[in-house]
Design a binder for this molecule. Structure first.
Ligand code: 26Y
Length: 823
């Protein structure tokens, strides 16, 4: 007999081709003569999805049969990026599918470009959640990601006349082949109303929450496949819908339009991602989003727990461990208490024990304006029962503190979950800290500062809860998928083990002296730069020379990230060229990308400044192409994948003490860029790993900055005593970059002169000098290449696999579960 491969699971080129054509006909309803690129993309996506589902079903079945301990990663954001390419890499089918497409007369790359990325996150925090989902699956850890299925993700950015314009992100417009809706998996979430209490017939004190509104959560499931394993984990995102019976009620009483409004209001909850990072506005809808997905997630966990035969919930924390990605899901602490105590009639003490053993909390910021706090009246009107529960948690907690620190009322005030200074607030970081058994920061420096600043009192109370878990990124998306040239070159020399065991990159170290290898290394980088140059020409119409030094700064636009410090240096270089037209300067291309929060005026002005400076410099004949400045619109995961492989120099220039970790810094270095950076976030550890001699360090340290402020920081003294700095600031102020408009950039210049909260002027000279060193080293291509190879060879620590292993060992106490496919 001839064995034929199954159309839905087979992996030969022949079968893939047949399955693909099948899907084109029977899912898309198209024949080749009329099929669009999108039809082809969807036909391919469904072909790949079938192979995913085989692994997913087997994973789910295995976890269920073995009652596996499961990690639940709760995050308001998952910034996944396109699925198709990544799934092909993880299935090990990239080449086979490329060939199958070629035989069909199609180009895989073009089909990959069709996918609209799910931008369900703002930046680093959401992308970290996505990298962690990849690593959990790759390490064969049973895991569920819980979050929100936003109908509109992070806005698309357009640049008009140098300004950012926001466009709604209609990512679901052409359908989403990667998700499976579960319309039968519906949970109810209550809002508003009031509570009352009574004593039941068994003498128990009971509280009932009579809500004003009930909303349904519908599950949408996306499989997350590990790299070359059979594990496919679940990402379960919740969409809000109106409750059917509520409509009925209103309809029956004749209030049809009331019911319609109710329906619209319900669906608003998951309509759009809030585009602010690090700058909280106490918006009611945002608190509703947070509670909505946390309640759905916890109810779902309880459902799964009961499904596996357990009756009472006393071992809930043995089945699940829940990680809170920042304080956005911190309301979970009160919600689990409510579910256990009110709905499952568990005694408070036992419920509290289980709750604290269930949760762990990751902090991602020290910025005071980013710490979530909700006005008490807003909180109480939306979640009246949770406010009572939080009061109870707080009272019991403070009673304990009082025993340890009798009479220390100041400490009680500082530790309290309720902020009583002036307007009263619920402090979500305090709720998360009290309700968790583990608290971590995301880089060594950040974790230290956490203990010294925002969570100091909590550290003194329970030092054993604190640890550091330095962030990492997945080498599958950020090297294998995005940089096939480098991947091939590395794999040729050291085999393919490094993709799963990134420490193996160390084996490249001896090759740093190998001239043949160095030449290949350079040519891979050059080809990547040529590709980015072509993209820049297409996208913004600027011609850049791939032989020039590509200096790249891509991340959210923020004053603390100091994009404008980079601009000061660019203008300095420009002045040097103007002063000395014969100057023999290394040709350089500065590339920026990033979105500003729509309400963050200074950030938007910084975008305008970059574009204005670019406009003048790119058109000044005196520069003679030695300096180019480009702002790439709409920076997102897809664009990141184009940009990192093409970078020579990675700009990581935040004010020391402000960037919790950074993860872009890791993606650049893994792709062979050298870093110019401050001692901030994970830069510190990157420098430790790659060696100080292979890292361009500048700027004040955290301690030096503290000293500076203690003595009264006077930025104007830096400007007045530094002729070039003064000249650069005056040039911006003079209207040179703004067609003579002296008012346009005044907010930036004046802030720098007068306040300079992020100490640009204090770091300016050090940055400019350091950049000159960069140029010098770049002129010695052999030296530069050697440093680049050593950077990559020593970056193994920054794999998200390493980070996830640490979480598993120190916090989650979970073990891998092998998934075997039936023969
Ligand atoms: C509360 C709301 C306004 C809010 C929404 C999003 C607050 C913060 C955020 C996002 C924060 C974020 O992305 N933080 C980044 O997390 C990364 C992953 O740990 C870090 O590498 C990075 O330094 C940090 O800024």
């Amino acid at each position: 007999t001839v064995l034929t491969e199954d159309d839905r699971t087979g992996t030969s080129i022949e079968t893939l081709r047949r399955a693909f054509m099948d899907n084109l006909f029977f899912i898309q309803g198209r024949f080749p003569e009329v099929a669009t690129k999108n039809d082809y993309y969807l036909a391919l996506a469904y072909t790949v999805r079938d192979r995913l589902l085989l692994r997913w079903l087997n994973s789910a079945k295995t976890y269920r049969d073995q009652e596996s301990r499961t990690v639940c990663y709760l995050s308001a954001e998952f910034l996944l990026g396109p699925h198709l390419g990544n799934n092909l890499i993880n299935l090990g089918l990239y080449e086979a599918v490329e060939e199958a497409m070629r035989q069909t007369g199609l180009n895989l790359k073009e089909l990959l470009d069709q996918e609209e990325e799910p931008g369900l996150g703002n930046g680093g925090l959401g992308r970290l959640a996505a990298c962690y989902m990849d690593s959990l699956a790759t390490l064969e850890i049973p895991a569920i990601g819980y979050g929100i299925r936003y109908e509109y993700g992070i806005f698309d950015q357009e640049i008009r006349d140098g300004w950012q314009v926001e466009i709604t992100d209609k990512w679901l417009r052409y359908g989403n082949p990667w998700e499976i809706p579960r319309p039968e998996l519906i949970l109810q979430v209550k809002f508003g109303g009031h509570t009352y209490s009574y004593t039941d017939d068994q003498g128990r004190y009971r509280v009932v929450w009579e809500p004003h509104q009930v909303i349904q959560g519908v599950a949408y499931d996306t499989p997350i496949l590990g790299y070359k394993v059979n594990t496919a984990n679940l990402l379960r995102l919740w969409r809000a819908e109106a409750v059917e019976s509520f409509d009925f009620q209103a309809f029956n009483t004749g209030d049809y339009y009331g019911a319609v409004n109710q329906k619209i209001a319900s669906e608003n909850i998951t309509k759009v991602l809030y585009p602010n990072d690090e700058q909280l506005q106490g918006k009611e809808l945002r608190l509703m989003q947070q509670y909505f997905f946390c309640s759905c997630a916890l109810q779902d966990m309880i459902r799964l727990y009961k499904q596996s035969g357990n009756k009472d919930l006393s071992r809930f924390h043995e089945k699940f461990t829940v990680q809170l990605n920042d304080t956005h899901p911190a309301i979970s602490v009160a919600e689990l208490m409510r579910l256990l105590v009110d709905e499952h009639l568990m005694p408070w003490e036992q419920a509290w024990d289980i709750t604290r053993q269930t949760f762990a909390y990751t902090n991602h910021t020290l910025l005071p304006e980013a710490l979530e706090k909700w006005p008490l009246d807003l909180f109480g009107s939306l979640l009246p029962r949770h406010l009572q529960i939080i009061y109870e948690i707080n009272q019991r907690f403070l009673d304990q503190v009082r025993l340890q620190y009798p009479g220390d009322n100041d400490r009680l005030r500082r530790l309290s979950i309720i902020d009583e200074s002036g307007c009263r607030y619920v402090r979500m970081a305090h709720l998360a800290a009290v309700g968790s058994h583990a608290i971590n920061g995301v880089a060594a420096l950040h974790s230290e500062l956490l203990k010294q600043t925002v969570l100091k009192d909590f550290y003194e109370l329970t030092p054993q809860k604190f640890s550091n878990k330095t962030n990492g990124v997945t080498p599958r998306r950020w090297m294998v998928l995005s940089n096939p040239g480098l991947t091939r070159l590395i794999t040729e020399r050291i085999g393919e083990d490094w993709v799963k065991h990134l420490d193996q990159l160390r084996r490249l170290e001896p090759l740093a002296e190998d001239r043949d290898f160095a030449a290949q290394w350079r040519s891979v980088k050059h080809e990547n730069k040529e590709r980015l140059a072509a993209y820049i020409r297409d996208r913004v119409g600027v011609t850049v020379d791939p032989h020039s030094l590509f200096s790249i700064l891509v991340k959210r636009i923020h004053e603390y990230k100091r994009q404008h410090l980079c601009v000061l240096n660019i203008i300095t270089l420009y002045q040097m060229l103007k002063d000395n037209p014969q100057l023999d300067m290394v040709p350089q291309t500065f590339i920026f990308g990033g979105k500003a929060a729509p309400g963050y005026y200074m950030a938007k002005l910084i975008i305008k400044l970059i574009n204005s400076v670019a406009d003048v410099i790119n058109h000044d004949p005196a520069v003679r192409d030695r300096l180019k400045v480009v702002f790439l619109p709409d920076y997102n995961v897809t664009l990141g994948q184009r940009v990192y492989p093409a970078a020579d120099l990675s700009q990581q220039i935040s004010t020391a003490g402000y960037e919790a970790s950074g993860t872009g810094n890791m993606k650049f270095a893994l792709n062979g860029a050298l870093t110019i950076g401050t001692l901030d976030g994970a830069n510190v550890e990157i420098r430790e790993e790659v060696g100080a001699e292979n890292f361009f360090l500048f700027g004040n340290t955290v301690e030096q900055l503290q000293e500076l402020w203690r003595n009264g920081y006077r930025p104007w003294e830096f400007a007045n005593s530094n002729p070039m700095l003064k000249r650069v600031l005056d040039l911006i102020g003079s209207g040179y970059f703004s067609h003579g408009d002296t008012a346009l950039f005044r907010p930036i210049v004046e802030h720098l002169w007068q306040n300079d909260r992020y100490c640009l002027l204090a770091d300016y000279q050090s940055y400019v000098d350091c950049h000159q060193q960069v140029l010098q080293v770049y002129q010695d291509q052999a030296q530069w290449t050697k440093m680049s190879i050593l950077n990559v060879a020593r970056m193994g620590k920054f794999s998200s696999d390493r980070a996830i292993r640490e979480y598993c060992q120190d916090i989650w106490h979970v073990e891998p579960v092998k998934i075997v496919l039936p023969a």
